[in-house]
Design a protein around this ligand. Structure first.
Ligand SMILES: [Zn+2]
Ligand SMILES: [Zn+2]
Ligand SMILES: [Zn+2]
Length: 139
């Protein structure tokens, strides 16, 4: 997925900074949701830990990135779908957790099951997750 990260920052009224650009470039270039420790390892020379934390939190609040927890409770970040807004995430896709490499993948081309809720219950989001072997580990 090719994403114009500068345009993305602009559309969310965020100032374009080298740090924000490198975080977004890394996250959008990954096929799986990226953890903060991985970002620290890859971008540690350019961004200190506090700044990185602040960038991730801010992008989550803005609706640019969403947070997923892997099987070990580690937070991972992935790019949002375009209908996410500030404080209102609508990432209606499934998260696939690989039990071998522990990576979490956003699976977008998956139609969410229609769930019939009891009267009076209104769901804004559904969280569906699957566990198994990812395409890299199953080869
Ligand atoms: Zn989102
Ligand atoms: Zn895997
Ligand atoms: Zn996701």
């Amino acid at each position: 997925m090719e994403v114009d990260v500068e345009e993305l920052l602009r559309s969310y009224q965020l100032k374009i900074t080298p740090q924000r650009l490198s975080v977004l470039k890394y996250v959008t270039g990954c096929q799986y949701a990226v953890s903060q420790p991985e970002l620290e390892r890859k971008l540690g020379k350019k961004i200190d830990r506090v700044t990185l934390y602040r960038i991730l939190t801010q992008m989550e609040e803005k609706g640019i990135l969403h947070r997923v927890h892997d099987l070990h409770g580690l937070a991972r970040f992935a790019i949002c779908s375009s209908n996410c807004q500030a404080h209102m995430h609508h990432d209606n896709h499934i998260h696939f957790q690989c039990t071998i490499c522990n990576n979490v993948y956003c699976i977008n081309n998956f139609s969410m099951p229609k769930v019939k809720l009891p009267a009076g219950f209104i769901a804004n989001t559904f969280k569906v997750s699957a566990e198994g072997t990812c395409k890299h580990c199953s080869q």
